[in-house]
Design a protein around this ligand. Structure first.
Ligand code: HEM
Length: 491
């Protein structure tokens, strides 16, 4: 199936793929006038080059300094390097072209020049045994017919869930906070487990129509079973700086076999098969999917995309609130209560909360939950950074590291600082063109023709609802070391 240019996300329409940088925040020369430069950097000696890069990335330097040091060395935000996993037991090719500014990263969204087949976490792909011996939506390129079926199915699921999203969220959050409050009487309460339990119940109910309360095992262990299934897939590519060299030897040297989590996955499969009958039937009748394709894809969307993404995102949201020294809680509380005007929480009220939205976007900018994105060159093409043009050859793997891309000084003023109101007012809203956490601009449209996150609108909205609910219930919360240590009830 050829990809219609008309259908491709509007920001990625031209083959030069530069986002429409505004003259005020972009480098002035048009791409054609930029000098053509050979991509700097090299892959080093066979085996040794990838090994040295891997140790620097995962151990000696860490991911962000690894990329930063190479930007300085090559005086370029585009260069060649190796990324893990590699030697000794991975068959993956670690060679990539790193793209580390907003302009070069945006080529990733142009489906005319970028292929997204099997590269969700890079050239290494976890075994399809983790997903019922099939390639689920996130590993499919838009040119594959099943991508259209599955992406439309996911977007339909999300759209239908919008009627239950808000009441489910508020009732489960009330339960979570009641438990946290009662446990606070005996000291600080770690927030990772309550948040994950809440997310598992909330997402299962909204997305899959499956209530974990109907299964004692899922109510108690569903979140943990999801965590274990996720961890075993992503461990080989997750940068972990602690406990070295043990992590390098035992976690980053070979892929983990599926049998370690097969019991967990089978339990999750049984739960969805039993409790999501309506959604499964729709997958079969309206989207022409087999029952097995529907369930495995539903599980991947629920577990890997939604539960995995939200787990990381909500933890950064809370730690950002906890580490703030600028009195942001008071400002957020004031806005939430003013805009609510004594009425119940609603999607409409959230639209009025400019600061709450901006706080959420700024958290996504500085802590993008999915830090790495990959794309393979579908054909030879010219890739522009702010200052140069580079020739990329068909088949080369492009790798973008978002935590650095989102600190592009050509786009964001004072890029390293958390500025809670950065995305407010007209100028702030324009910056949403360059907020890429969802593998596309926040102003873009997720569709079957692109690879932008299907939850692009639901994710920030849900985070806003979470904050609004929090500041209706509490005047403030004290957060430190992944724990709630005190909550001050709304007066
Ligand atoms: C904080 C939460 C989330 C984050 C950070 C996140 C992030 C992402 C990213 C970065 C991608 C693109 C990956 C790539 O191809 O390189 C993606 C794709 C995807 N996401 Fe999300 N996501 C989140 C929540 C959700 C939710 C709630 C859903 C749906 C219920 C969802 C469904 C999907 C799907 C189906 C894809 C694959 C899109 C395609 O194949 O075209 N995500 N997500």
């Amino acid at each position: 199936m050829s990809i219609s240019t008309m259908a491709i996300n509007r920001i990625t329409a031209s083959s030069s793929a530069s986002p429409p940088l505004k003259p005020s925040i972009a480098s002035p020369p048009p791409p054609t006038s930029l000098p053509v430069r050979t991509i700097p950097g090299s892959y080093g000696l066979p085996v040794l080059g990838p090994l040295v890069d891997r140790l620097n990335y995962s151990w000696f330097q860490g991911a962000e300094p690894f990329f930063k040091k190479r930007i300085e060395k090559h005086q370029s935000t585009v260069f060649r390097t190796n990324v893990p996993p590699s030697f000794p037991f991975f068959l993956a090719n670690p060679n990539v072209v790193a793209v580390l500014d907003c302009k070069s990263f945006a080529h990733m969204f142009d489906m005319e020049i970028i292929e997204k087949k099997n590269i969700l976490v890079g050239d290494f792909m976890p075994s399809t045994k983790f997903t019922g011996d099939r390639r689920v939506c996130a590993y499919l390129d838009p040119s594959e017919p099943q991508h259209t079926q599955l992406k439309n199915f996911t977007m339909d699921m999300l759209k239908r869930s919008s009627t239950v999203w808000l009441p489910t969220l508020t009732s489960l959050l009330d339960d979570m906070w009641d438990t946290v409050e009662s446990n606070l009487t005996s000291g600080p309460v770690g927030y990772i487990v309550p948040i994950q339990k809440f997310l598992f119940a909330f997402l299962s109910r909204c997305i899959a129509g499956a209530d974990p309360q109907n299964s004692p095992d899922m109510a108690e262990n569903g979140w943990l079973r999801m965590d274990r299934w996720l961890a075993v897939q992503i461990l080989p590519t997750a940068p972990i700086n602690a406990f070295q060299p043990l992590v390098e030897i035992f976690l980053h040297s070979f892929p983990y076999p599926y049998f370690l989590v097969s019991r967990d996955y089978n339990k999750l499969y049984e739960f969805i098969e039993k409790e999501s009958k309506e959604v499964i039937e729709r997958g079969q009748t309206e989207f022409n999917l087999s029952k097995e394709d529907t369930i495995h894809n539903l599980l991947f969307t629920l577990g890997f995309n939604a539960f995995g993404g939200f787990s990381i995102f909500f933890l950064s949201l809370l730690s950002t609130l906890g580490s703030d020294k600028t009195g942001i809680q008071e400002k957020l509380r004031k806005e939430v209560r003013e805009k609510m005007g004594g009425k119940g929480l609603s999607f409409g009220a959230i639209k009025e909360m400019e600061l709450v939205q901006s706080f959420v976007y700024e958290t996504l900018r500085l802590s993008p939950p999915v830090p790495l994105q990959y794309g393979r060159a579908r054909k030879d093409f010219k890739l522009s950074s702010h200052d140069s043009v580079f020739e990329v050859k068909k088949g080369e793997l492009i790798c973008g590291y978002q935590p650095l891309v989102m600190k592009d000084p050509n786009v964001f003023n004072d890029p390293e600082t958390f500025v809670a109101d950065r995305f407010t007012k007209e100028k702030g809203k324009e910056l949403l063109n360059y907020l890429y956490w969802s593998n596309g601009p926040q102003t873009g449209e997720s569709s079957a023709s692109n690879k932008q996150c299907a939850g692009k609108d639901f994710v920030p909205l849900t985070a806003c609802l979470f904050l609004a609910h929090l500041f209706l219930r509490y005047d403030s919360v004290t957060i430190a070391d992944n724990s709630f240590s005190a909550v001050e009830k709304a007066k």
